[in-house]
Design a protein around this ligand. Structure first.
Ligand code: N01
Length: 555
């Protein structure tokens, strides 16, 4: 009997508290992971810090929060019945609806019985003899597991900036990534929003409708494309559903970013001015992320990129009535798309409202927060509430909070001190049987996350089953395979315009964080093929071995 088989299976929590797999996080990755593991007859325990499933959609409840990938595509594809039965109400579903969908999935597959909520994983230590992980949780318990899967999310570690005086502010302070569960009403209040990334840009128009006055503190202007959100009709849903086999296949195999759309076959400089402008206009009117797919070289060629950036800057100047405000809102320090492009509903037009002011904190930085005001070098702006839309310690932040110790006691934080290092974004050498779902080194945040989550979960669970069938219990990325992959990830990124921006993709938003481009930009379809080829070659680049039978803890 293989060591693997000695662990009690069939999805039941073993009395011994030894599991085949511990999964960290019950967002879309953790939920699907649990479902697939059960399907393989493996026992799994999921630990989730939040009070329910949903991950990023559980925490990000700020006004205006909604998906920026169309919901008919930002949804699971693994079960046709599920995708046929769920009715999305809008082109881009609002956060409460996405959370409801997550809850529906949890109910449909009865996932909650194997998820322990309100529990953090604090520590995971690899035992080289037993080839298993010892996992300590915030409820004071320790369990063992052959494998650990980190489904911790890429944008789950909200970042509160270190601004002098923040703790002494007398009004309410909110972070978009950690929004209260009870409704927040800004009616009659003077509100400050600090930060103009995707979260700030979504929240500002909604808060502006309530607040007596809203001041938006902008350090860096951002490119944003209108969402053109609208209710989905029954006919539109039906048309989508009929096309699902092709849409899902395309998203997985051919798309660069896991989104079904036309692939451009021309570069921006191949068209004349009028033709190009007409194309951008059509994309602008259609709305959404596919604006950047107008041409095939917008992420590669600065001159081509400039044409798209100029188009959006012109649009901002057309929409915003006050020329000085318009100028401040026009991004000019990074190529369009090199920071995650934002998708908005009436963001720029919101600055035409009499109750909204833009504060340029690039030229006049915030000096401190006073009990009732934000003080810049030049002035004091009285406010009743502060909204921090200041982002996340992305991709590595939530992993870094767990004390993960691999072979010879090395911690993952030590190993990643100069930046994350993985083979295929799936594993890191020195940390056997530790899988990372949509980790650095994989397409991850550059893609439709659910497409990438499903691909990783399928690959990992197939791999675990493959090992079980061969009596193997331990798997580790080889150092040379990892080194080559890290070089490849960097090389591909350097061939694009992405490294030219101080983005969270680069870790540039966190003081002291090493700056390397974290996700793999080679494309979702290409990456899937690489992963499939690795598996077909018997998991090339990984060491696999058999262990002594995993002893049941405290049997
Ligand atoms: O965070 P961000 P986000 N003082 O890091 C500013 C996804 N998402 O939460 O650029 C003043 O993009 C910072 O300024 P600067 C999406 O992938 C998706 O908005 O560093 N300002 C910036 O303006 C997205 O990219 C959706 O100069 C400070 C802002 O805060 C990712 O999450 C919705 C500051 C942070 O922007 C992160 O978006 C929302 C300081 N000390 C989010 N520190 C969808 O639509 C930071 N800033 C699905």
């Amino acid at each position: 009997m293989s060591a693997f088989q000695s662990v009690s299976g069939k999805g039941q929590p073993a009395a011994t508290e030894a599991y085949d797999v511990v999964v960290v996080g019950a967002g879309f990755a953790g939920m699907y992971m649990l479902h697939r593991l059960r399907g393989q007859g493996l026992s799994a325990r999921v630990y989730e810090q939040g009070g329910d499933v949903g991950g990023t959609w559980y925490w990000n409840r700020y006004p205006g929060a909604r998906c920026d990938v169309e919901s008919m595509q930002y949804s699971y594809s693994f079960d046709d019945e599920l995708q046929q039965e769920w009715d999305w109400s809008e082109r881009y579903a609002p956060q409460p609806e996405i959370l409801k969908y997550a809850g529906h999935v949890a109910d449909r597959y009865q996932l909650r019985s194997d998820i322990q909520f309100n529990t953090r994983v604090d520590r995971a230590v690899f035992d080289d003899n037993a080839k298993s992980w010892s996992v300590a949780t915030s409820d004071g318990k320790t369990v063992t597991a052959r494998y650990v899967a980190l489904a911790t999310g890429c944008l789950s570690n909200a970042r509160v900036p270190d601004i002098k005086g923040l703790a002494g502010f007398k009004g309410k302070v909110y972070h978009t990534g950690h929004w209260p569960h009870e409704p927040v009403d800004f009616t009659g209040q003077r509100v400050a929003v600090i930060g103009t990334g995707s979260s700030g840009i979504q929240a500002v128009p909604v808060i502006a409708e309530q607040a007596s006055h809203l001041t938006v503190f902008q350090r860096t202007a951002n490119f944003s494309i209108p969402a053109r959100n609208a209710a989905l009709t029954a006919e539109e849903r039906e048309a989508f559903r009929k096309k699902y086999p092709e849409i899902r296949r395309f998203a997985r195999e051919e798309a660069r970013n896991g989104i079904y759309t036309e692939l451009p076959d021309r570069g921006a400089l191949d068209d004349g001015d009028n033709e190009r402008r007409a194309k951008y206009e059509a994309r602008w009117n259609r709305g959404g992320l596919t604006f950047m797919a107008a041409y095939n070289n917008l992420a590669l060629d600065k001159a081509a990129n400039d044409t798209a950036a100029d188009f959006v800057r012109d649009k901002i100047a057309e929409i915003v009535e006050d020329p000085q405000t318009a100028k401040l809102l026009q991004p000019n320090n990074h190529p369009i798309g090199s920071k995650r492009i934002c998708i908005d509903t009436d963001y720029f037009a919101t600055f035409n409202r009499p109750n909204v002011t833009l504060a340029d904190i690039k030229s006049d930085p915030i000096q401190e927060i006073l009990p009732h005001a934000v003080r810049t070098a030049g002035r004091e702006i009285e406010v009743d509430a502060l909204v921090l839309a200041t982002g996340f310690d992305a991709m590595t932040g939530s992993v870094a909070k767990i004390d993960i110790r691999g072979r010879h006691g090395q911690t993952l934080n030590q190993k990643w001190a100069e930046g994350p290092r993985t083979y295929l974004g799936l594993m890191s050498a020195g940390f056997p049987n530790l899988f990372i779902i949509t980790g650095p080194g994989s397409p991850s945040v550059l893609s439709n996350m659910i497409v990438s989550i499903e691909q990783h979960v399928d690959w990992i669970t197939d791999c675990i089953a493959w090992m079980r069938d061969r009596g193997l219990d331990s798997m580790e990325a080889k150092q040379d395979a990892e080194d080559k992959w890290v070089s490849h990830v960097n090389e591909v990124a350097q061939g694009t315009l992405y490294p030219q921006a101080n983005s969270w993709y680069m870790g540039a938003n966190i003081p002291g964080k090493p700056q390397i481009f974290m996700p793999y930009i080679g494309g979702v379809g290409v990456y899937r093929q690489i992963c499939n080829d690795v598996a077909a070659k018997g998991y090339e680049g990984f060491n696999m071995e058999a262990a002594e039978p995993l002893k049941r803890a405290a049997s």
